[in-house]
Design a protein. Structure first.
Length: 418
């Protein structure tokens, strides 16, 4: 079907477009972007959609999504996750490899891509693990050739310095991004004990009720990225000290980027009392000073990307003290950002769109994130005035673990074109 999106306010950060335009789509590609295209078309069969009340932006991108597929279909699947993403305005997501089994071989990458093609309604790119069972670096060349877009052991940090350095050397050699999880995890705490890592650094890290070792890993990984010349992306950054390290490294020319999540930007540690285990996440929600510093870093460009870290869990796995870490976010991210960051003027609308389109596209080397002639028509249409209330029971996601249930938001994706 050929489409004409008529009269929308087109915002495209890469071209600095911010004006009323039509967009003509033919054979799933963007054919033309100009004013009053309809008047120039004669005897052309197409569907015209009036978007004059809306903004039209490149399809949103989320680079940090857990789909739990394969292994935990009661939490999420490729199909349900892709539907949740589309509902939230995302045309492209990057899925994490900490599934059951983990995506740590070329064959597993090929298998997940096959399932994506069969079950997804949007564009999904897979990440692969950095290591095999935290012991050896994966076959980076073969993993990339198979179709992995980045490397991450998300959920766990890389404990051994030599392992992380070797991973970064291989990533540099084959030009693939490494995305690090910069915080302790239950597995890593036990690993440190079992490995008898008794240096002062490790001793000071064990154990704490509230995880607070993010900056240790951020500092180390930046140092190793500088040493190897590799590209490194810090996932879900959450502490002021970490932000200072990233900003310093950027000034020194280190190839480091980072992302922040809506929950770390909008909630602090007091949210645990209000929302219980639905506010249990890793990295944990920090103090108000960290939240304020994160907003400043979002504004000044230290934080490159807004990412959901969509982490679905069943009600059973969110019970009591041993509840799983994670918050779902695909269906709330855009509304939260528009309502609580753009409307108050913490960041501009154009900057928010850039951090969810062209910035993740450039950093993760995706064929997405811009509105250009000849590009696939991945487009998000947003109603900035739409007021709505978050209701987790109406989510497309299979899971409901969100602290934002019943929050009143303004601004929502009303159409997602893939």
């Amino acid at each position: 079907m050929n489409l004409l999106l008529k009269g929308g306010m087109v915002i495209d950060p890469i071209t600095n477009r911010d004006e009323k335009l039509d967009i003509l789509i033919e054979n799933s590609l963007i054919k033309k972007i100009a004013p009053n295209i309809a008047k120039t078309l004669q005897n052309v069969s197409l569907k015209i959609i009036d978007v004059s009340r809306y903004i039209v932006v490149p399809g949103l991108i989320d680079v940090h999504t857990h789909l739990r597929d394969p292994g935990e279909p009661e939490k999420e699947t490729i199909f349900s996750g892709s539907e949740a993403a589309a509902e939230g305005g995302f045309t492209t997501i990057v899925c994490q490899p900490n599934t059951i089994p983990k995506i740590d071989t070329p064959q597993k990458v090929k298998e997940i891509i096959k399932h994506i093609k069969k079950y997804s309604s949007i564009n999904i790119y897979p990440s692969a693990c950095i290591t095999k069972n935290h012991c050896d670096v994966v076959d980076v060349k073969a993993i990339k050739t198979a179709g992995a877009i980045s490397l991450t052991d998300d959920g766990d940090p890389i404990i051994r310095d030599d392992l992380m350095e070797e991973a970064l050397r291989q990533a540099k050699k084959y030009d693939i991004l490494v995305s690090s999880h910069s915080e302790l995890s239950p597995w890593s705490v036990e690993a440190i004990r079992k490995l008898s890592l008794h240096s002062t650094d490790w001793k000071n890290m064990l154990p704490t009720k509230d995880y607070n070792q993010e900056v240790f890993f951020v500092r180390r990984d930046i140092k190793l990225a500088k040493k190897t010349g590799a590209r490194i992306h810090i996932s879900h950054i959450s502490m002021e000290e970490s932000i200072i390290e990233v900003a310093r490294a950027k000034r020194e020319g280190v190839q480091v980027t980072c992302e922040a999540t809506p929950h770390h930007l909008l909630l602090d540690s007091t949210a645990r009392e209000l929302y219980g285990t639905n506010a249990k996440v890793n990295p944990p929600l920090r103090n108000p000073y960290d939240v304020s510093a994160l907003k400043d870093a979002l504004r000044d460009g230290t934080v490159d990307i807004i990412a959901s870290d969509h982490a679905p869990h069943s009600p059973k796995s969110k019970q009591w003290d041993k509840a799983s870490f994670g918050i779902i976010g695909l269906e709330t991210t855009l509304g939260l950002i528009l309502t609580h960051l753009v409307t108050p003027g913490i960041i501009t609308l154009q900057d928010a769109i850039a951090k969810m389109t062209i910035n993740p596209s450039r950093i993760f080397n995706l064929k997405a994130g811009k509105l250009s002639i000849g590009m696939p028509a991945n487009i998000t249409i947003i109603d900035l005035e739409k007021e709505w209330q978050v209701d987790v029971n109406k989510f497309k996601s299979k899971s409901r673990n969100s602290p934002f249930h019943n929050w009143k938001l303004r601004g929502k994706a009303v159409a997602t074109i893939v």
